[in-house]
Design a protein around this ligand. Structure first.
Ligand code: DOR
Ligand code: ZN
Length: 343
């Protein structure tokens, strides 16, 4: 049987939630990934060092027995974030970054930032203390077309920010457009991007053709095919600025299949297999290990992992949902097949 062995990957963008959802999803990520950058957009956002340490404990307690999965924590940047908070983050061994959500851009982003220049003193402190900034890069004006929001964020906000803070490490999270790819490629070494499996495997047709498919609704929204192509080329190019970040974002099925469905695709159940499928289609399986396991660690300046995981080439059917009792989460590509399976 054909197999693929990789140094164990890390997920540089992961939503685990808390409570019962955390207990349902954590084992999936912990089986594949050694580490993950944990997103702070809980209903009550993770805004302080204490919040992050409490949340970290909750995650550690929910790990399966014998798991050595490491949650790398991030703080939610709000208009109240202070320079002292940044100092505390810089001194804390468990907190790696701050996440910037423009207010209103996505799930649980109401506490985010409306006026980006108002947080420049915080960005200055992050630059000084070498704390990376993770960005949900979309403008939020309600009259701006949803398919243009990432491109306009880059032009309006990101380019001036990078000019002002040339030494600040920035990850433009879950890039979805050719403009984002071009921006990251032409920027300095301080700028990198994560790419999700859904943006490599699908374009907006998956969401909209033949009926509205809420399980393909995520933010930034899936774009047209030419953008998907640009992402595939970037991910498989061997350029270390692009690395794995699933943005696996579990929501209850009832809240996705809803008149006002939540944004987010649940991919953690087989994230590496989904990426393998995308890389294999491009004949680039030889590029998967560095994308999944090396470039992110190198960017963050942490050691590469040493253990391995193995996938085997094997057709299997994705179940209709994961979870039990009240917790039912529909996975990406539910009821369809995947070509690879972790052993
Ligand atoms: O689709 C998304 N879901 N995009 C985000 O930015 C947030 C995430 C979530 O937390 O559900
Ligand atoms: Zn996310």
């Amino acid at each position: 049987m054909k197999t693929l062995t990789l140094i164990q990957p890390d997920d540089w963008h992961l939503h685990l939630r808390n409570g019962d959802i955390l207990k349902t999803v954590l084992a999936h990520s912990a089986r594949q990934f050694k580490r993950a950058m944990i997103m702070p957009n809980l209903k009550s956002p993770v805004v302080s060092v204490d919040d992050a340490l409490h949340y970290r404990q909750e995650i550690l307690q929910a790990r399966p027995n014998n798991s050595s999965f490491e949650p790398l924590m991030s703080l939610y940047l709000t208009p109240q974030t202070s320079v002292e908070d940044i100092q505390k983050v810089a001194e804390n061994p468990f907190i790696y970054a701050l996440k910037l959500y423009p207010a209103g851009a996505t799930t649980n982003s109401a506490s985010g930032v409306n006026n980006l220049t108002a947080i420049y003193p915080i960005l200055e402190a992050m630059q000084t203390h070498k704390v990376p900034l993770l960005i949900h890069g979309e403008v939020t004006e309600s009259n701006t077309d949803i398919f243009d929001r990432e491109r306009l964020f880059i032009d309006t906000h990101l380019i001036p920010m990078v000019v002002k803070f040339p030494e600040l490490k920035i990850v433009l999270e879950h890039v979805t457009t050719k403009e984002a790819v071009q921006f990251v490629e032409s920027a300095s070494k301080k700028i990198a991007a994560t790419i999700t499996p859904q943006h490599l495997l699908f374009n907006r047709n998956a969401l909209l053709v033949g009926g509205i498919k809420p399980h393909y609704y995520c933010l930034p929204i899936l774009k047209r095919e030419s953008h998907q192509q640009a992402l595939i080329i970037a991910a498989t190019s061997g350029n270390p600025k692009f690395f794995l970040g699933t943005d696996s974002a579990p929501h209850l099925t009832t809240l996705k299949e809803n008149a006002c469905g939540c944004a987010g695709c649940y991919s953690a159940f087989a994230a590496v297999e989904l990426y393998a499928e995308a890389f294999e289609k491009e004949n680039a399986l030889d590029k998967l290990e560095a994308f999944a396991s090396f470039y992110g660690a190198d960017f963050y300046g942490v050691a590469r992992n040493t253990e391995t995981i193995t996938l085997e080439k094997k057709l299997w059917k994705i179940p209709p949902y994961y979870g039990e009792n009240d917790i039912q989460i529909t996975p990406l590509k539910a009821n369809e097949t995947l070509n690879w399976k972790q052993t």
